[in-house]
Design a protein around this ligand. Structure first.
Ligand SMILES: Nc1ncnc2c1ncn2[C@@H]1O[C@H](COP(=O)(O)OP(=O)(O)OP(=O)(O)O)[C@@H](O)[C@H]1O
Ligand SMILES: [Mg+2]
Length: 612
C-alpha cells in the first residue's frame, strides 16, 4: 500500500462477536423507519409473505395423499377415492396461488424500497441541514455522512432480506415440523450440519464490513478524483496544466488497490464458504438416504417418502438460506450503525429552549467582548481578545491581509460558530440567547464563496428569501438595487433563464454577473444587518463604484459590515477596522487612519501607488 492511500484509512471496528450481536440492536430503529416510510406496503407485504411461505408444506401434504392414493390404486388395494381429482386440482391451484402471491410480494417490496429510499434521503437531508458547520470540516464526520448516505440507498436490500427471512422462517418451521413429527433426531442432525456454514457466513460478513469501513475515506477520495476529473469548475486547469493523466493514474492506482482487497476477501469467502456448505449437503443426503432406507424396510409409505424427501430437501435449503439471510442481515445491521450514529449527531450551535426573538429594531447594536476564537480543527487562535461595537445604522469596514480573520468575524456574528472565549452581545444579550432562525432572518450575508445556484435567475435571487421567491415584483426590486436587472433582462429568457451550465438550456454568467445576482439576494432580505464579504472582488471599477454608492444609500439606517481589499470601497464606510494577527490593530475613518500613518496608511499607499 503506498503512503498516499494508507493515509486515507479509517480505524476499523474490532472484529468481535460482541459487536455483531450489538449491531442487531440497530434493527428495531430501522424497522421503525421502514414502518414510517410505508405502513401499507409493509402490512400487505408481510401478509402475502406469510401465505407464500406456507405453500411448500401445503403442496407436499397434498402430493403425499395423491401418491399414496395412486399407489393403493395401482397395487389394487383400494379404488381411487372420490376426491382424488379434486386433490390434483387443489395442487394446481396452490401452485398458481404461490406464483401470484410471489408477484404481489415483489410488488410490495418495490413500492417499499422506493418509499424507504425517499424517506431516508429526506431524513438525512433534513438532519444534515441542521448540523453545525464545524462538523462539515471534520473528515471523520464526512466519512460517517458518506456511509450514512450510502445506507439510505443500499439498505433497501436488508429490508427485503428481513421480509425474506420471515418467509423462510415460516417455511422452515412448517417443513421442520413435518420432519420433527417423524423423527426429532433427523431434524437435529440436519440443523447441526448447517450451523458451521452459518458461523462462517457471519464471520465473513463482519470482515466485509470492517473492510468497507476502512475503505470509506479512500472511497471518498476516489469520488473526489472522479468528480474533479469531470467537472466544469476543474476543466480549465485540468486541460491547461495537463492534469488529466495524473488524476486518472491516481484514480486507477487507488481503485485497483481497493479492488484487490475486496477480491482477496471474496476469494477467502469462496473457499471456506464452499467447504462449509458442502457439510450442509452431507447432512441433507445423510437424512435422505436414511429415509429411503426406512421406506425399503417398509416403515414408510411411498407418499410419506415423497413428503419427507421434499421436506428434508426444502428444510435443508431453507435452513441454509435462513442462516445466510440472517448473517446477511447482521452484516447489514452493522452498516446501519453509521446511519443511526449520523442521525444521532446533535448540532451544538442551537437555540435554547424559550429563546428570545431578535429585537426589531435593534437599538444598541452588536458588541464583541473580549472574543477569541480558534477553529475546532486547529487549536491556534484566529481571533484574540476582540472588542468591537457596531451601532445601529453604522457602516463598518473590515480590512486586513489574507487570513487575518475577517471572514471569521462574519461567521461568528451569524453564529455559524460560537466564540471560544468571550461573548458577542446583541442589544446587551448574548447571541446564544436568541432564537437562531430568528437571528438569521435579521442578517443578510453574502460570503466570499457565495453560491451559484444552477436554477433560474429569479430562483437565484429568490433564495435570499424563499417566502417571496415567486414574487416577481420584489425580485425585480432587489435586482434593480444590485444592478442585476440590466443583465437579467438581456438574457434570452429574462428572469426565467436557467443559469449555470450544469443542466441543458442554462447560460453561464461571468464572475461579476454572478456577484450582482448574489448581491440581489442580500437586498431581497429584509434584514437589519448586512454583511458583504468581498462582494465586489469580481466587479469592474465602474460597477463597484455604482453598486457601493447605491448600496450605502439603500441600506441607510441598517448596520452593514463590509469586507474588502479595495480601498476605494472601504473608504465609504463610517469606521474602518484593521485586523492584524487576529487583533484589531487600528480603527477610525479613512482620513483618520491615513493621517495616522500606520498599517492602514501603508496598505492604502501600496494600492494607490499601483494606480499611479
Ligand atoms: N474552517 C476553517 N478551519 C480551520 N481554519 C480556518 C477555517 N477557515 C479559516 N481558517 C483559518 O483562519 C484564519 C482566518 O481566516 P479568514 O477566512 O477569517 O481570513 P480572511 O481575513 O477572511 O482572509 P481573506 O482575505 O483571504 O478572505 C486563516 O488563517 C485560515 O487558515
Ligand atoms: Mg475572507
Amino acid at each position: 500500500m503506498d503512503q498516499a492511500s494508507s493515509s486515507v484509512r479509517s480505524q476499523s471496528p474490532t472484529s468481535r462477536w460482541h459487536d455483531r450481536i450489538k449491531a442487531l440492536g440497530n434493527i428495531p430503529p430501522i424497522f421503525r423507519m421502514v414502518w414510517e416510510s410505508a405502513p401499507k406496503a409493509v402490512t400487505a407485504g408481510l401478509l402475502f409473505r406469510f401465505l407464500v411461505a406456507l405453500t411448500p408444506v401445503a403442496l407436499l401434504a397434498v402430493t403425499r395423499y395423491i401418491i399414496d392414493s395412486l399407489y393403493r390404486f395401482l397395487s389394487h388395494e383400494q379404488a381411487l377415492p372420490g376426491y382424488f381429482w379434486w386433490l390434483v386440482a387443489l395442487e394446481f391451484a396452490l401452485a398458481c396461488l404461490a406464483t401470484l402471491l410471489g408477484r404481489l410480494v415483489d410488488f410490495c417490496d418495490s413500492v417499499l424500497a422506493d418509499k424507504f429510499v425517499r424517506h431516508i434521503s429526506t431524513k438525512i437531508m433534513e438532519h444534515a441541514s441542521r448540523l453545525d458547520l464545524t462538523l462539515y470540516e471534520d473528515p471523520a464526520f464526512c466519512d460517517k455522512m458518506e456511509r450514512a448516505r450510502v445506507q439510505g440507498t443500499d439498505r433497501v436490500m436488508m429490508i427485503q432480506m428481513i421480509g425474506r427471512l420471515i418467509g423462510q422462517a415460516i417455511t422452515t418451521v412448517s417443513l421442520a415440523a413435518g420432519i420433527f413429527f417423524y423423527s426429532p433426531w433427523l431434524l437435529l442432525f440436519l440443523v447441526l450440519c448447517v450451523v458451521p456454514a452459518f458461523l462462517g457466513e457471519t464471520h465473513f460478513a463482519f470482515l466485509g464490513y470492517s473492510l468497507n469501513f476502512e475503505q470509506t475515506p479512500a472511497r471518498r477520495l476516489l469520488e473526489y478524483l472522479r468528480v474533479l476529473g469531470g467537472s466544469k469548475e476543474s476543466a480549465k486547469e485540468l486541460k491547461l496544466f495537463g492534469l488529466g493523466p495524473f488524476l486518472v493514474g491516481r484514480y486507477k492506482n487507488l481503485s485497483d488497490e481497493l479492488h484487490r482487497e475486496t477480491v482477496q476477501l471474496a476469494k477467502r469467502r469462496l473457499v471456506s464458504g464452499s467447504l462449509l456448505t458442502l457439510l450442509g449437503t452431507v447432512g441433507y443426503y445423510g437424512t435422505y438416504a436414511y429415509v429411503i432406507y426406512r421406506t425399503v424396510q417398509g416403515a414408510l409409505s411411498l407418499g410419506q417418502l415423497t413428503f419427507l424427501a421434499g421436506a428434508i430437501a426444502g428444510a435443508s435449503t431453507n435452513i441454509q438460506t435462513l442462516f445466510s439471510t440472517f448473517s446477511g442481515i447482521a452484516d447489514q445491521a452493522l452498516f446501519l450503525t453509521d446511519l443511526l450514529e449520523f442521525l444521532a449527531v446533535r448540532p451544538r450551535v442551537i437555540s435554547k429552549p424559550g429563546a428570545l426573538s431578535t429585537p426589531r429594531p435593534i437599538r444598541q447594536g452588536i458588541e464583541f467582548r473580549n472574543v477569541s476564537f480558534a477553529y475546532p480543527s486547529n487549536p491556534q487562535l484566529v481571533l484574540r481578545g476582540i472588542h468591537l461595537h457596531l451601532s445601529p445604522g453604522e457602516r463598518l469596514a473590515l480590512v486586513g491581509e489574507n487570513g487575518q480573520g475577517k471572514t471569521t468575524i462574519a461567521k461568528l456574528i451569524t453564529r455559524l460558530y460560537d466564540p471560544t472565549e468571550g461573548e458577542i452581545l446583541l442589544d446587551g444579550r448574548d447571541l446564544r440567547e436568541y432564537d437562531l432562525e430568528d437571528l438569521w432572518k435579521e442578517v443578510g450575508v453574502i460570503f466570499q464563496d457565495f453560491m451559484r445556484y444552477d436554477m433560474t435567475a429569479q430562483e437565484n435571487i429568490g433564495m435570499g428569501r424563499v417566502e417571496v421567491a415567486s414574487n416577481r415584483f420584489q425580485i425585480r426590486a432587489a435586482a434593480i438595487k444590485s444592478y442585476a436587472e440590466n443583465l437579467i433582462t438581456k438574457l434570452p429568457k429574462g428572469y426565467d433563464q436557467l443559469l449555470g451550465c450544469r443542466f441543458e438550456g442554462g447560460v453561464e454568467l461571468s464572475g461579476g454577473e454572478w456577484q450582482k445576482i448574489a448581491l440581489a439576494r442580500a437586498h431581497l432580505r429584509d434584514a437589519q444587518l448586512l454583511i458583504l464579504d468581498e462582494p465586489t472582488a469580481a466587479l469592474d471599477a465602474r460597477s463597484e463604484h455604482e453598486i457601493f454608492e447605491r448600496f450605502t444609500e439603500l441600506v441607510r439606517g441598517k448596520m452593514t459590515i463590509l469586507i474588502s481589499h479595495r480601498f476605494s470601497t472601504v473608504r465609504m464606510a463610517d469606521r474602518i477596522l484593521v485586523l492584524k494577527g487576529g487583533r484589531i490593530a487600528e480603527q477610525g475613518s479613512h482620513d483618520q487612519l491615513v493621517k495616522k500613518g500606520g498599517h492602514y496608511a501603508e496598505m492604502f499607499e501600496l494600492q494607490a501607488a499601483g494606480y499611479r
